[in-house]
Design a protein around this ligand. Sequence first.
Ligand SMILES: Cc1cc2nc3c(=O)[nH]c(=O)nc-3n(C[C@H](O)[C@H](O)[C@H](O)COP(=O)(O)OP(=O)(O)OC[C@H]3O[C@@H](n4cnc5c(N)ncnc54)[C@H](O)[C@@H]3O)c2cc1C
Length: 214
Amino acid sequence: MLFAVTDPDAGSRGISAFVVEAGDEGLGFGAPERKMGLRGSPTCEVTLDDVRVPADRLLGKEGQGLRIALGTLDRTRAVVAGQAVGIAQGALDAAVTYTKERRQFGQPVAQFQGVQFMLADMETGVRASRLLAYAAAEAAEAGVPDLSLAGAAAKCFASDTAMRVTTDAVQLLGGAGYTRDLPVERMMRDAKITQIYEGTNQIQRVVIARALTR
Ligand SMILES: Cc1cc2nc3c(=O)[nH]c(=O)nc-3n(C[C@H](O)[C@H](O)[C@H](O)COP(=O)(O)OP(=O)(O)OC[C@H]3O[C@@H](n4cnc5c(N)ncnc54)[C@H](O)[C@@H]3O)c2cc1C
């Protein structure tokens, strides 16, 4: 799905959306980016060199591209919230399992209150994120007026939570958590992208604040 300026004088109404297919002449892909995380999903630059597509590949009407992009983001932010919940839940599960098994000073480290309070905050954050993600998915299906707000709030909260929970999971696994032998360092790297793509969390806060103050 490609957004292109079709009328440079029309500002935000001069952008149109097109379907461009992988085999289209002139479409190219750069080398895979060398990323911090999300390595299970390749990311490349897309290049366009005189690509021509038939008129029926225009999505909606000419000039509606920005509207289509923003409407899409309202829905896909619930998906990123879901991704963040999954990563955070994985890290929490690993932290609970490890701290119940790892013994220091004669007892499992999960028995120390300092560890328990961290686990409790992680669990609370994951639960709240899951509910916000479900609420955003429900809003997307129903097409309610505050869909943008629901998607932005869920994505922002769940991704910030995923970053905190995965960082805490690395902490709770001690030195082992910092190695690639255990999965939590990968989860911490993967969580970071959920704060950035589909609009950074600063932009989510702009969307939320605009909905409240317009
Ligand atoms: C792995 C990966 C996959 C991606 N996949 C896709 C994809 O499939 N399709 C696609 O279209 N894009 C994709 N992106 C792009 C991604 O959506 C953008 O990188 C992201 O939205 C941030 O935009 P930017 O990089 O231009 O940051 P910038 O806009 O340059 O932002 C830089 C900094 O300034 C802050 N900032 C910018 N504007 C404001 C503001 N108004 N108020 C406060 N702070 C602000 C940002 O929050 C950020 O901290 C992908 C990126 C990555 C890393």
